[in-house]
Design a protein around this ligand. Sequence first.
Ligand SMILES: [Zn+2]
Length: 166
Amino acid sequence: MKHLADLLLLGDPRLYETCEPVLESELPLVAGWVADLHNVMEEIRAKYQFGRGIAAPQLGIMKRLIYLNIDRPQVVINPELIALSDDMNELWDDCMSFPNLLVRVRRHRKLTMIYRDENWQTHTWEVNDWALSELIQHEYDHLNGVLCTMRAIDEQAFRWRPTPNP
Ligand SMILES: [Zn+2]
């Protein structure tokens, strides 16, 4: 089982790599990967009090796999984003790989995501909820080796966030 100490942190070269698609033949491995992602996200939540999603490469699993846990756990395999709205929104983004840093970024307000679930079923998910849309764009970026630091809107688009007191 992977733990917080296994999380790749800002500057790790693997965070800048493009991930490989998950193959159908690799499905038996997905449950183990998801268990690791779930566990590390729970540890992050306990320590930093944030975390709704995590991408496999953040644990050095260089696969196109995202784990979301907002109201319920959700496994997203080989996502494609289409129909990104022209309408953009700005926010202070955060990332488990640099939990004390906030970055001002601009994201599409709406999108549609095509992906496979852990049973290899294909889904088309129209995401109109802004908070979910920006989260999906953040996690999807990880699969292409893109961090929100690389999307900062200007040179001053960074803020320090202290670790919450236990
Ligand atoms: Zn992140």
